[in-house]
Ligand binder design. Structure first.
Ligand SMILES: [Fe+2]
Length: 127
């Protein structure tokens, strides 16, 4: 099946850039009681993961990516985590910012740096 690698690489790079910008905004929030701002950022993170899932899961399916299920489980975990954080915000839990920051750092290391490397090797192999 035809996969336009250039388009996929560009889209992945642009999604990762969006993720890093959102993460930076979360890390810079010094006032953990600014719940409205955290809520806006969690909504943007939700839109980020929806695009991330659509792009990657379509692509991984097309190339029959080995171990695709473990990558998909991580996507589901991100969705679940953001939903939990939004739920905590409804109860004005002021510890939510720490929770979100820690989760985003782990996502960077374990998902973007590690899991994505598996399909990037396939993508870059023939470039
Ligand atoms: Fe992913």
């Amino acid at each position: 099946m035809f996969v336009n690698k250039e388009i996929i690489v560009n889209e992945i790079n642009s999604l990762n850039k969006a993720f890093f910008e959102l993460s930076d905004q979360v890390f810079k929030l010094s006032d953990s009681e600014d719940l409205k701002k955290i809520y806006v950022l969690t909504n943007e993170l939700q839109r980020y993961i929806e695009k991330h899932i659509k792009l990657e899961e379509d692509f991984m399916e097309k190339i029959n990516m080995p171990n695709m299920q473990s990558h998909i489980i991580q996507h589901k975990f991100f969705v679940q985590k953001i939903n939990e954080i939004k739920h905590e915000l409804e109860y004005k839990n002021t510890f939510v910012l720490n929770n979100l920051s820690t989760f985003l750092k782990k996502w960077h290391i374990l998902h973007i740096n590690t899991s994505e490397r598996q399909y990037k090797e396939i993508l870059y192999k023939d470039r």
